[in-house]
Design a protein around this ligand. Sequence first.
Ligand code: DP6
Length: 320
Amino acid sequence: MIMTKTTAHTNIALIKYWGKKDAALHLPYTDSLSLTLDGYYTTTTTHFIDAAQDEIWLDHQLADAAFAARVEKFLNLVRTLNHSQKRICVQTINHVPTAAGLASSASGFAALAGSLDKLFQMNLSKTDLSRLARRGSGSATRSIFGGFVQWHQGTDDASSFAEAIDENPNLPIRLLSVVVNNQEKKITSTKGMLQAVETSPFYAQWPQVVQTDLKSMLQALRNHDLELIGQIAEDNCLAMHALNWTSRPAFTYFTAATYQIINLVHQLRAQGYLAYYTIDAGPNVKIITSIADLAQVQARVQANFPQAQVTKLKPGPGIR
Ligand code: DP6
C-alpha cells in the first residue's frame, strides 16, 4: 500500500489576501505576501482505499461534515485531473488551533496537495503545487514555500501561483502568536471576504492599497528594515479589517481582547520596543518583533494576559 505523508507549515500574511475575482478557481483580486512560520504545521497522510466513499480523519477522529465536504471537493478535483475514480483515506493532524484565524486551512490544503501529488505520482513542480493548493484554500498557495512568499494574483489558473522571495531570511524577525480564543470563527474567511467584496464601498480602493503596500514591503525586505516591515504589515492589516467594518451589514473579527492586545503593542512601541501587530480572520493577534526584543515583549504580553496562549514563532520551511 502506498502511503504518503507531507508536512506543511502555516503562513501569516503581511500583505493580506481579501477577496476573489474568481471564486471557482480561487483567483484573488490582489497579490499578497506572507511569512511561513515554523511552529504551526499540518501533517497529512493519504492512501487509496477499497471503499464506496472517501474517509476523512482530523486529529484522530472522523471529520465533521463541513470539513469533510471541503476536503472531498478537493479530492474530486485531483481525481478529475488524474482520470481516477479511486477512493482515498485522508488523515490530517493539525499542530495549530483549527479555524481560529491561525491559518490551518493554509497548512492543511498545502499538506493535502503535497500528499496527493505523491499518491498520484503527479511530480508537480513547486509552482504547480502552489497552483493546486490554491484550489483548496487561497492562503494555502503560499504555504508551499518557506520564508517570505509572494502570491501572484494572475489572470487564470496557470498564472496564479506563489513564488519564494527569500526562503531563508537572514533577518532577526520573530513573531508572538497570542491566542485569546480558540473557538471556531463565526464568519469564515471565504464568507467574510465575499461580503466585503460585494458590499464595502471601499473595496474598489483595496487593490490600489495592496499594490502600494506590496511595493513598499518588497523594498523594506530588500533593506532588511524590520521596523518598516512591521509598520506596513500593521497598516495593511487595518485596511483589510476596515473593509469588514464598512461592509453592509458591518462585521468584525475583533473582540475586546483583540483591542487590549493592540493597546499593549502601542504601549510597547512607545517604550522603544520593536512591536507591531497583524490579525487574520479571527480575534487572535500576531505580534511582529525582533530577536532582541522577543523576551521582553513576551514577558509583557504574558503578564497582561495570563490566560492567553503565547507561542514564539520564527520563519519556517516549505513543504516536506
Ligand atoms: C485573512 O485562504 O482562508 O488570512 O481562499 O476562501 O479558503 P479561502 O480563504 P483563506 O483566507 C485567508 C485570509 C487571511 C489573509 C491571508 O492569509 O492572506
